[in-house]
Design a protein around this ligand. Structure first.
Ligand code: IMP
Ligand code: MG
Length: 185
């Protein structure tokens, strides 16, 4: 998308984004590929795709449509950032899945891994519920997650170290509905 088109994007309310990092077509192609990877990776057994809200809502809804096997979907709500651009490290669980996790393959779906603090806390919490397996699928990974103790099994893109918005990612709750991922001014 050209700079001119960005400025003219009515979704942005006159605010400019620095650049489009992943356009809609690139995202769709990669999500389709991730779906195929996940389909091939899982053996028999129950698969529960657990989306971390709100950031994963668009990614998850596209992703599950490319996973060709039986599965269930549930969500978790955790909060860590507030309106700030940096992780506070404090993670609160605001909604806990109602679904039973014991004995199931759990695929935790996250929009972006930054410091890894949010995931560390969640992995610890979910492990206690004795799932058969517990893996992470992140659309974006900044690879500065020195604090992440659990490997991210499925990654969409190795993201630049910039603040990204769109395709579910927000800044102060704005920009989640952009069909592309952009870097903020
Ligand atoms: P972490 O705990 O530092 O790994 O932060 C993870 C969470 O912070 C993600 O789920 C996002 O909600 C948010 N986050 C991290 N980096 C970005 C970004 O570049 N743009 C928007 N949100 C981000
Ligand atoms: Mg956020």
């Amino acid at each position: 998308m050209s700079e001119l088109t960005q400025k003219a994007d009515p979704r942005l309310d006159g605010r400019a984004v620095r650049r489009i990092v992943y356009d809609a077509a690139a995202i769709q192609a990669r999500v389709e590929g991730l779906g195929a990877e996940i389909t091939a990776a899982y053996p028999e057994g129950e698969l529960l795709v657990l989306g971390l809200l709100k950031g994963s809502f668009i990614f998850l809804s596209d992703l599950v449509r490319h996973i060709s096997r039986p599965l269930q979907v549930d969500f978790l709500v955790a909060s860590s950032y507030g309106d700030a651009m940096e992780s506070s490290g404090v993670v609160r669980l605001l909604y806990d899945p109602e679904t039973e996790l014991e004995g199931k393959h759990i695929l935790l779906v996250e929009d972006i891994v930054d410091s890894g603090r949010t995931l560390n806390r969640l992995i610890d919490l979910l492990s206690e519920r004795r799932p058969q397996s517990l893996e992470i699928c992140a659309l974006l990974h900044k690879h500065i997650a020195t604090e992440l103790h659990h490997p991210t099994r499925f990654v969409g893109f190795d993201a630049p170290h910039e603040f990204l918005v769109g395709y579910g990612l927000d800044h102060a709750e704005n920009f989640r509905h952009l069909p592309y991922v952009a870097s903020l001014e």
